[in-house]
Design a binder for this molecule. Structure first.
Ligand code: GLU
Length: 385
């Protein structure tokens, strides 16, 4: 099995990032698994120069190692794979162009619940169904558009049964999760109007290609997990072959290979001329099928004011802490305390935590945490920060 670190190089790592990295590393290493590093620099406008190098330096300083070379989402090789994945979805009739502006979306979408999701009302999906010639003309004219992946059970597919509309999984920490895909996720952008591939698509393609089967990250991504599982199932259903398993597709598909990973009906509408083939990807790759990774979502870490720690809060980042002489054992010990692995924030090394790592204590108590200097459990070095 394989785990991964997937930091976004948008700033220096802070306590909350170190806590997530430690959890991911312990999850993999306590099982004797591989740990890979992927630098999530797909959203180039958010990337800060040198942040990747500093992140790697901080990981090593914390005693968190990884196997092999880091994978950069910005590399030409990865881009070629994202193109392939998108073509695969398009050939299966699972994506459509969306011409809605940000203002249109804000006006028409259901309010989101703080995790950034705006549920798309399906405007351009209906446009394609009802007026395909108009879509064709707008594409020919070069109108600015994103590409969206269709959810099952939505407007265009009334024949789908209610069960198809759900994505369910058991999270290692938060337990059983059930998301209604059209209602709680909605048709989502896989390529942005500015031409960049969307995070939601590239993470799935990367995890497939890198053979990642354990994903540890913040609970703000629970809903994204439902979407990513759908994208993953759609890709596999559409015949996308992960690089990690290109040599042994049969063993990779496991029980889902009953009859093979059948390609979906090919009905391209990338040119706006076709109709949606129907979103039946997940039916061939049921929610319980073995090719989905195991997920562990973590409680979020807030600051004393109850707001989620952000990379712009420099006082708690590794640069500031290291400059003040804080040791890696102090940071790791505090993160272990936040993960409920230790009763207090006594310094310890990451390696010391490997042998009795378990999700059990966090599963038992997974409220969000706060780094609160007024809390008696807060170590002195943090109170001073
Ligand atoms: N790059 C994301 C972050 O830094 C993590 C995405 C993931 O784990 O899939 O929050």
């Amino acid at each position: 099995m394989t785990g991964r670190f997937a930091p976004t190089p948008s700033g220096r790592m802070h306590i909350g990032n170190a806590y997530a990295m430690l959890a991911a590393w312990l999850d993999a290493r306590s099982r004797g698994e591989r740990m890979l590093l992927r630098i999530e620099d797909i959203d180039t406008p958010r990337v800060l120069p040198d942040a990747d190098r500093l992140m790697m330096d901080d990981l090593i300083w914390l005693g968190l190692d990884w196997d092999g070379d880091p994978v950069y989402q910005s590399s030409p090789e990865r881009h070629a794979r994202y193109e392939e994945a998108l073509a695969c979805l398009a050939n299966a009739g699972l994506v459509y162009p969306c011409f809605c502006s940000r203002a249109d979306l804000r006006a028409a979408s259901a309010p989101n619940e703080g995790d950034g999701f705006m549920i798309y009302p399906g405007t351009c999906r209906r446009l394609l169904e009802e007026r395909p010639d108009e879509v064709k003309a707008r594409l020919a004219r070069g109108d600015r558009h994103s590409l969206r992946i269709v959810m099952p059970g939505g407007w265009a597919a009334p024949h789908e049964t209610a069960a198809d509309a759900y994505s369910g999984f058991i999270d290692e920490v938060f337990g059983p999760q059930l998301f209604n895909l059209p209602r709680m996720v909605g048709d989502s952008v896989v390529r942005r109007a500015d031409g960049l591939f969307a995070y939601q698509l590239v993470v799935v393609v990367d995890d497939l290609d890198m053979g990642v089967d354990r994903v540890v990250r913040g609970r703000d991504l629970l809903r994204s997990t439902a979407l990513q599982r759908w994208i993953r199932a759609s890709l596999l259903g559409a015949g996308f072959t992960p690089q990690a398993h290109a040599d042994s597709p049969t063993s990779f598909f496991g029980e889902a290979a009953n009859g093979g990973p059948t390609a979906m009906p090919v009905e391209s509408h990338a040119d706006g001329g076709g109709s949606l083939a129907g979103a039946s990807g997940e039916r061939r790759n049921t929610a319980s099928s073995p090719e989905h990774p195991v997920y562990a979502h973590l409680p979020l870490i807030d600051n004393a004011a109850g707001k989620r720690l952000a990379k712009r809060e420099r006082s708690l980042d590794m640069g500031a802490l290291r400059a003040r002489g804080v040791t890696p054992e102090q940071v790791v010990g505090y993160c272990a305390y936040l993960l409920n692995l230790r009763p207090d924030a006594e310094p310890c090394s990451a390696a010391e935590l490997v042998s009795d790592f378990s999700w059990e204590p966090l599963r038992a108590e997974h409220d969000d945490r706060a780094v609160d200097p007024s809390d008696p459990s807060c170590p002195v070095w943090l109170r001073e920060a």
